[in-house]
Ligand binder design. Sequence first.
Ligand code: ASP
Length: 326
Amino acid sequence: MHSTPQPLTSGPVAIGLHGGCGVMAEHEMSAAQWQEAREHLRLALVAGWNVLQQQGSALDAVQAAVLGMEDSVYFNAGYGAALNADGKHELDAAIMDGATLAAGAVCGAAHIRNPILAARHLLDAGEAVLMTAAGADAYAQTHGLDCVANSYFTTAQRVEALQAMREHQRAGTFKAARESEKHGTVGAVALDSSGHLAAATSTGGYTNKPVGRVGDSPLIGAGTYACDGVCAVSGTGQGEYFIRHVFAHDIATRISLGGLGLEQASGHLIMGEFREQGVGAGAITLDARGNVSAPYNTLGMFRAWVSVDGHAVVASHDQEFVVALT
Ligand code: ASP
């Protein structure tokens, strides 16, 4: 049986990425390290962009971009993820298709090398949306995804960050901890040439988090959300607040029911209530026309995007760098 050929559509495409709002102060890494971190971000951007350029789906684009960041030492997801209070990694990830509202997510995974691939597998399978801990690891193994020892994710920087956070805990100075010691996350949003939106997020959570704690990233509507015709959202920051406010869905509702523009809707909580309460937060968001917004209320946020006119930008702090897409 032949399937009916789909008409070729070639609407505008766009993609946005974040690498977490918990970036270090500029003096805490060498110029060469900042450059390398931005290059990793650029490569993740190119990976996602290439999918869109080849008429691929927004879903495949966000997956490709997040996969690249999970494999980079500079971001708190996959390799180089934050350590929990037991000195172990528990990883969370989610992916959502704005066309169908199909979604897949894992939380508390300890052995899945690239949690975003397990999330995608769940989305495609269409049975469970969210799987936890050992169940998620077993699912990944059963379906042939790359599984690794928990120590694979550990890096020297994360061990140091854990020591620093334990020190803060002993001294009761958690509030004084730097955002970079506390958290990070990676995420991507995309609009494809058929007008579909998608979002994906992956994280190690925050350093020294209680064992078993689950953040906003794998919770659909909290840290990750996409709905065609409205927006795609991936958040980063203190997940508990994102969960309480159903953050990502809140942005979508402000657009679809409240009539707000992307910029205003995306910044509402981050630059308003969250900032007033000292809750470090950021997001990358994209609307149905391909407008990108990247609000954050911390010192900086790794972010990158390609707008509908092909303009590509990578940034960590205030300064934005125009980059090539090759
Ligand atoms: N939102 C993540 C979490 O709470 C952490 C972060 O983005 O900094 O798990």
